[in-house]
Write a protein that binds this ligand. Structure first.
Ligand code: HEM
Length: 496
């Protein structure tokens, strides 16, 4: 939405420029013309190129465009050339064959302020700093462990649902899942929960909203003043400073020795103290990595849970099959919570998670990459500095891979299939693949499987009328990052 508003204001301003451009026969395809061997490009407007074609839901618009221009398209988002990848085959090329060539991340004004200008892992440019930080910090086995935290927080979640069920009140299921993933990540990463702290929740909400905003100056630098007059620059400065202050406080508490269980911040401080990296990790680096875990792990994991539950409630036969499986694996313990031990045998549960990730990848366009050298890719010349968007949403719905019922939620399709999302298979890439693959897969899946198994095991669910589907029978998507439901999932729970 922000993108549309910003682009509309640009449009008014650039009418003059448009006329001048037409006068001098200078169109946005000039870049493509310079590169005779570029992938096909949809025609765009002068100055803004293909920006308007992104629409409210870029993953959907780009998927439609790819049906016309092919699985490799070159778009121009303002001055930025963007290679859009929309098939499993092309994704394999970028994420495997040419992984190194496309291993960097583009810079952006938003990320510069909010995520410490690439001093984290997720947005660090490709190089030694990123390599060391990823290997030694985020992929630390601590992030994958913390089983007791997950089980305790899921138990609190079921108690909360039980309480609402006993008073027959409708539940905001989306909110329950958001609180769960926030609390788990807070305890793992920061050492304590901040849920219920109104200021923190409000700050998180503003921070996430800001991350999804559109910055004119990233695409048309000479129109950067629009960001200023729209108030974006001020807001960015304010939220960046407030969050920084919050993180300073968290690190200080840890340095002062508050809290008695080791968490992720403690691990980072130990790495710093013992100089475990080949270089010094400073306070900015520490704050940036905490933020990665926080921003990368909370909203994405709850979005996956929200979509999985939405699909199960729309497909009672799948819900019943999952309930049956969980019941069989927990014989004699039906009043108790499912533990992580029981989860391993639950094949249908894993299929439900996979199918939800296929149809609703929380980050449908993954995280943008940028080429660090010229690449000759599938016969096309891709120059250095080209951004790459991988449309995981389109890849997950390709009929060539998934058949004529690709749009249908059918977890059974995964039961006899080896296709997986851990980076070896390019038909399902919700976590990316290759060097920049998400290091939080095991952590996210562990919490989501446990929460879903318990939610269906302990309760029967019924959607509150009129809150689920829109008039077309579909569930509308939000704008921004990640893509969750437009309206929260509201439902009644009855203890089984
Ligand atoms: C369902 C939950 C999650 C989804 C869908 C998700 C998705 C992604 C995607 C698509 C990428 C970009 C991959 C690429 O460029 O190839 C990524 C990167 C990343 N994710 Fe996740 N993620 C999730 C959970 C987590 C969690 C729980 C953490 C931390 C504990 C995390 C931390 C990161 C980091 C640090 C990166 C940057 C890696 C790099 O640039 O080298 N994510 N994630």
């Amino acid at each position: 939405m922000e993108l549309l508003v910003a682009v509309s204001s640009i449009l008014i301003i650039i009418v003059t420029v448009l006329l001048l451009n037409l006068l001098f026969k200078r169109t946005s395809s000039s870049t493509a013309k310079n590169n005779a061997n570029a992938p096909p490009s949809p025609p765009g407007l002068p100055v803004i190129g293909n920006l308007l074609q992104l629409g409210r839901h870029p993953h959907r618009s780009l998927c439609s465009l790819s049906h016309r221009y092919g699985p490799l398209m070159l778009l121009h988002l303002g001055k930025v050339p963007v290679l859009v990848v929309s098939s499993a085959d092309a994704a394999r090329g970028v994420l495997k064959t040419y992984d190194l060539a496309f291993a960097s991340r583009p810079r952006s004004k938003l990320f510069k302020k909010l995520l410490y200008d690439g001093r984290d892992v997720a947005l660090a440019p490709y190089g030694e700093y990123w390599r060391q930080m990823k290997r030694s910090t985020v992929s630390n086995k601590m992030i994958r462990s913390f089983r007791n935290v997950r089980e305790k927080e899921v138990k609190l979640m079921t108690e909360k649902i039980e309480k609402a069920a006993s008073s027959s009140s409708p539940l905001n299921v989306s909110e329950i899942f958001t609180t769960l993933t926030n609390d788990v990540i807070c305890r793992v990463a920061l050492g304590r929960k901040y849920g219920g702290d109104v200021n923190f929740e409000e700050l998180m909400r503003r921070f996430t909203k800001m991350l999804g905003k559109f910055c004119v100056s990233d695409h048309v630098p000479w129109l950067g003043w629009i960001d200023r007059i729209c108030g974006l620059d001020d807001e960015l400065e304010k939220i960046g400073n407030e969050f920084d202050e919050f993180l300073e406080g968290v690190v200080k508490d840890h340095l002062d020795g508050e809290g008695n269980t080791a968490d992720f911040v403690d691990v980072l401080l130990e790495i710093q103290r013992e100089k475990k990296l080949g270089f010094e990790i400073d306070m900015v680096g520490i704050k940036a990595i905490i933020l990665d875990v926080f921003v990368g792990g909370t909203d994405t994991s709850s979005t996956l849970l929200e979509w999985a539950m939405t699909e199960l409630m729309r497909h009672p036969e799948s819900m019943n099959r999952l309930k049956e499986e969980v019941r069989c694996c927990t014989v004699g313990r039906h009043k108790q919570n499912v533990s992580e031990d029981g989860i391993h045998e639950m094949k249908y549960l894993k299929a439900v998670i996979k199918e939800s990730l296929r149809l609703h990848p929380p980050l449908p366009l993954l995280a943008a990459r940028e080429s660090i050298r010229h690449a000759k890719f599938q016969g096309y010349d891709i120059p250095l500095g080209t951004q790459v968007m991988i449309n995981a949403w389109a890849v997950g719905r390709e009929t060539a891979t998934w058949g004529v019922d690709a749009e249908v939620f059918r977890p059974e399709r995964h039961l006899d299939s080896d296709v997986d999302f851990r980076g070896q298979d390019f038909k399902l890439v919700p976590f990316g693949a290759g060097r920049r693959i998400c290091p939080g897969i095991a952590f996210a899946i562990a919490i989501d499987e446990l929460a879903l198994a318990n939610a269906v095991h302990r309760f029967d669910w019924k959607t509150a009328k009129g809150t689920n589907e829109d008039r077309t029978g579909e569930v509308s998507e939000s704008t921004g990052i990640p893509v969750h439901r437009l309206s929260p999932l509201i439902a009644f729970a009855h203890p089984t």
